[in-house]
Design a protein around this ligand. Structure first.
Ligand code: SAM
Length: 318
């Protein structure tokens, strides 16, 4: 039987680009660090170690099961630790509005290995499980509801926009046809419907044929992109001058949001490009630490294939 309580184990989430994150954030004793995606606390434990017992680490995660890992971290470090459960798109603006200031903020986006590898969470297309995909199990919206209740057009849009799925329309049509006979309950049923609705060569092409639809559903269930869009300005507001922000994205949709945000805040001036002189007077608010996103080394990808698509972008508050 599957365990219903998350037990930390040797196969837990491996922090991605850990050395690079640590270098970018350059945490000093006495700093306030915010890890807005605590997960199994891999990055948090490294950043907390850099506090050398002085300072504070605020951990945020919307998944209540991370508490086990947080309690473990509490045993290991002497710096002040706090866990806030919730969506960083809500929690960071609240912290900013309450005047909480930080020297380093990390967002390591997406799902953790614990979420992916627990079949009962329904994130994986390789194991048959209930159609769930919620990072926060107290949230109402599940993948089951989207698949069984959203109109065909909206399903197609979600698959195209969030999964960049070429056969979005066909898959949406097949889902709606099938759910009239019998609602979808399990990930396996959805995988079968996807496979049946795409041309045969696409079934054997690059990657699993359900990969893009699963990514799209996960993003929609957890409203991942809108959370990120709200979180970034709040993170900037929270940073003290000289404070550092690091974001790890795992797909182009979230990386695009991060890249555009950093570009806009680095540029400062918001005047139209054809204005001969600046009239807006906006100053740059961030300075990028690297020109290009940092990618994992071949050795890291060999040791942890899930790191393959990671892109780290980091900036310092002006
Ligand atoms: C890639 S894992 C982070 C792993 C972590 N850095 C570590 O080293 O263990 C992403 C975590 O962020 C959480 N998460 C994702 N989106 C979130 C959001 N909008 N608000 C709060 N937590 C979120 C997930 O629940 C998951 O635990």
């Amino acid at each position: 039987m599957l365990p219903n309580v998350l037990q930390p184990s040797a196969t837990d989430h491996v922090p991605v680009l850990a050395t690079e994150v640590r270098e970018c954030l350059a945490v000093q004793p006495g700093d306030t660090v915010v890890d807005a995606t605590f997960g199994a606390g891999g990055h948090a434990s490294l950043l907390a170690a850099d506090l050398h017992g002085r300072g504070k680490l605020i951990a945020i995660d919307r998944d209540p099961t991370v508490r086990t890992y947080f309690e473990q971290l509490e045993q290991q470090v002497s710096a002040q630790l706090r866990l806030l459960r919730g969506d960083f798109g809500v929690v960071l603006p609240q912290l900013a509005a309450n005047g909480v200031r930080a020297d380093a903020i990390l967002l390591d986006l997406g799902v953790s290995s614990m979420q992916l590898d627990r079949p009962e969470r329904g994130f994986s297309y390789s194991v048959d499980a209930p159609l769930d995909m919620r990072m926060d199990s107290s949230q109402e919206l599940t993948a089951r509801e989207i698949v069984n209740e959203w109109p065909e057009r909206e399903l197609g849009t979600v698959f195209r926009r969030y999964g960049e799925e070429r056969y979005a329309k066909q898959i949406a049509r097949a889902i709606v046809r099938r759910r009239k006979e019998q609602p979808f309950e399990r990930t396996g049923e959805l995988v079968d419907a996807i496979k049946a609705s795409i041309p045969a060569p696409a079934r054997f092409g690059e990657g699993h044929p359900a990969k893009r639809v699963f990514q799209a559903l996960r993003i929609a269930v957890n409203e991942e992109l809108s959370s990120l869009e709200t979180a970034l300005p709040a993170a900037l507001e929270m940073l003290r001058p000289g404070g550092r922000l690091a974001v790890i994205a795992f797909h182009s949709l979230e990386d695009r949001i991060v890249k555009q945000f950093l570009r806009e805040k680095e540029r400062g001036c918001t005047c139209p490009p054809d204005f001969p002189v600046c009239v807006c007077g906006h100053e740059p608010e961030l300075r990028a630490i690297q020109r290009r996103p940092v990618r994992p080394s071949d050795a890291e990808v060999a040791a942890n294939p899930r790191a393959a698509s990671a892109r780290l972008r980091a900036a310092v508050k002006a």
